[in-house]
Ligand binder design. Structure first.
Ligand SMILES: *Cc1c(COP(=O)(O)O)cnc(C)c1O
Length: 398
């Protein structure tokens, strides 16, 4: 493990080297796929020592696997954490955290325009076990401060929010969470550690859907939880290992491979997004554009404090509302009509009828997810190709 020396390296270097020690058995340059469900003990004593936690060797893949450990070490290094737990999906990461940290009678505060299913499991499922959830605009610190109580155990923040791209001040949110003894959990999927490192602002747990930027190739579903506190990590790990949403070694291998190009993919997509945001904000068919990189953003100070860059997600609304949006969704040739984000290919979708369709219309409206909002997840294609494609689709409206 070279975690401590790697911390001094730049993230571009960490992406390539973190968790990638040559394999001790044969010197394989990348961590091999240990496609096994169980591990053979040399002696009964060794088996007993592993179960007792006295021998750090592996027991059974649900409770740990060398391929998965290599990925966990990589992500912990990138986020500036000390340990990580890979999960079978981003939602397995979200639900495991809630399951580990919330009990009957507890209260959780969650960003109102959070990833749709993260909200649904709180409102539909955790409510069945007596957990109360408040969905609020966490980008409004007064609202956040007024919502936490001494029963609040978790403050769950997604920033920028999905798909409104409202920014929550993480340092302030961490203070507010700490003031009532709650844990601040940050879903950092949209930024990746290349653009935002929530531990620097006081987060207790950082999570990702690695399905998105970390894997980056639209061929794996997975998640990860990152920690700086060993006790908190051990608590969540105990629940994850028995709840069972752990990652498979083949999944881990692919995600770790994807991470090697994370920094360059994130920057290329961001450059493309800037060009597209410029096109959109200057086009007569576009009503408004939300993109943290546009000049005059009301939260510009916070953005420059907290984020290394504006990322590659853009929300916009057309003057012609949803019908015009539908027309653009069909007229673009490069962005595929699909939900998800963070892959090398651009994707376009309509949150009100797709990712956020499960929300009540009134909740959607309150969360700023209008019927005409279109979300574009910009990929790594050539900027000129993307801009001219989107331009022909918009010009077709007039
Ligand atoms: C996709 C996503 C998730 C859920 O991840 P899965 O890998 O699809 O389970 C959670 N949070 C955010 C912000 C996401 O974009």
């Amino acid at each position: 493990m070279k975690t401590s020396s790697e911390k001094a390296l730049n993230i571009d270097t960490q992406c390539i080297h973190a968790g990638s020690e040559p394999d001790p058995a044969f010197g394989a340059a990348v961590p091999p796929i240990f496609q096994t469900s169980t591990f053979v003990f040399k002696t009964p004593e060794e088996g007993a020592a592993r179960f007792a936690g006295e021998d750090p060797g592996y027991i059974y893949t649900r409770m740990g696997n060398p391929t998965t450990s290599a990925l966990e070490e990589a992500v912990a290094t990138l986020e500036g954490g000390t340990s990580a737990l890979a999960t079978s999906s981003g939602m397995a990461a979200v639900s495991t955290v809630f399951f580990a940290l919330l009990s009957a009678g507890d209260h959780v505060v969650c960003s109102q325009s959070v990833y749709g299913p993260s909200r649904v499991i709180l409102e539909r499922d955790f409510s069945r076990f007596g957990v109360e959830a408040s969905m609020v605009d966490t980008s409004d610190l007064e609202v956040l401060r007024a919502t936490v109580t001494d029963r609040t155990r978790v403050v769950f923040v997604e920033t920028p929010a999905n798909p409104t791209l409202a920014i929550t001040d993480l340092a302030e949110a961490a203070d507010i969470a700490r003031s009532v003894g709650a844990v601040l959990v940050v879903d950092n999927t949209f930024m990746s550690p290349v653009l935002q490192q929530p531990f620097r602002f006081g987060a207790d747990i950082v999570l990702h859907s690695v399905t998105k930027f970390l894997n980056g190739h639209t061929d794996v579903v997975g998640g990860v939880l990152v920690f700086q506190d060993d006790e908190l990590m051990a608590k969540v790990r105990g629940v994850l290992h028995y709840l069972g949403g752990t990652m498979d070694p083949h999944q881990a291998f692919l995600v770790h491979r994807g991470i090697k190009t994370l920094a360059m993919r994130v920057r290329t997509a961001q450059d493309n997004a800037r060009a597209i945001a410029d096109l959109l904000s200057g086009h007569s068919e576009v009503d408004w554009v939300r993109y943290p990189g546009l000049p005059g953003h009301p939260q510009a100070d916070l953005i420059s404090r907290q984020m290394e860059g504006p990322g590659s997600l853009i929300s916009f609304q057309l003057r012609g509302g949803f019908d015009a949006g539908k027309q653009v969704l069909s007229a673009v040739r490069l962005p595929a009509l699909a939900v998800s984000l963070g892959g090398v290919e651009s994707l376009i979708q309509h949150p009100a009828s797709m990712t956020h369709a499960a929300m009540k219309p009134q909740d959607r409206e309150e969360a700023g997810i209008t019927d005409g909002l279109v979300r574009l997840a910009v990929g790594c294609e050539d900027a000129e190709d993307l801009v001219s494609d989107l331009k022909q689709a918009l010009d077709g409206l007039s």
